[in-house]
Design a binder for this molecule. Structure first.
Ligand code: AMP
Length: 122
């Protein structure tokens, strides 16, 4: 696992150096609209702690950070009317996962039927 880069774009958003369209904030998370939405609702949920990826977060975050993060994901889904109709969460991880920003984040996507999970494998 690569070391955390404190100059990644989500770290800058957390420090308030770059603006975001905030939808939720609490002690553990910041959630904001994705700048390039792939669905009518496309929210990114990021922990406030410095974790590169979901495996870093799962291995190294405290119990309260992990609980706080996933409780916030559930709350944000409810608050944005995603829960009743269903939605998708994605955590792209590393090179094969196509992760672009090396600060752990969950994509919350919904607002329409999202189709198959992945394009057919080549
Ligand atoms: P990933 O490929 O999982 O690392 O996804 C990174 C996501 O961050 C992409 O969906 C981008 O559109 C999104 N993104 C990049 N920069 C920003 C930004 N400044 N504000 C909001 N979303 C961003």
């Amino acid at each position: 696992m690569t070391a955390y880069d404190k100059n990644n774009i989500f770290a800058k958003i957390l420090r308030g150096e770059i603006p975001c369209k905030k939808v939720h904030e609490d002690e553990y998370v910041l959630a904001f609209n994705d700048i390039n939405p792939q669905a009518p609702v496309h929210i990114l949920v990021i922990p406030k702690g410095a974790y590169v990826s979901i495996d870093d977060f799962g291995a190294n975050a405290s119990e309260s950070e992990i609980a706080g993060f996933y409780r916030a994901v559930a709350k944000i889904a409810q608050e944005n009317n995603l829960a009743a109709g269903g939605f998708r969460t994605i955590a792209n991880t590393g090179l094969n996962g196509g992760q672009e920003v090396p600060h752990f984040h969950v994509h919350l996507l919904g607002g329409r039927s999202l189709g198959p999970m992945l394009a057919k494998a080549a």
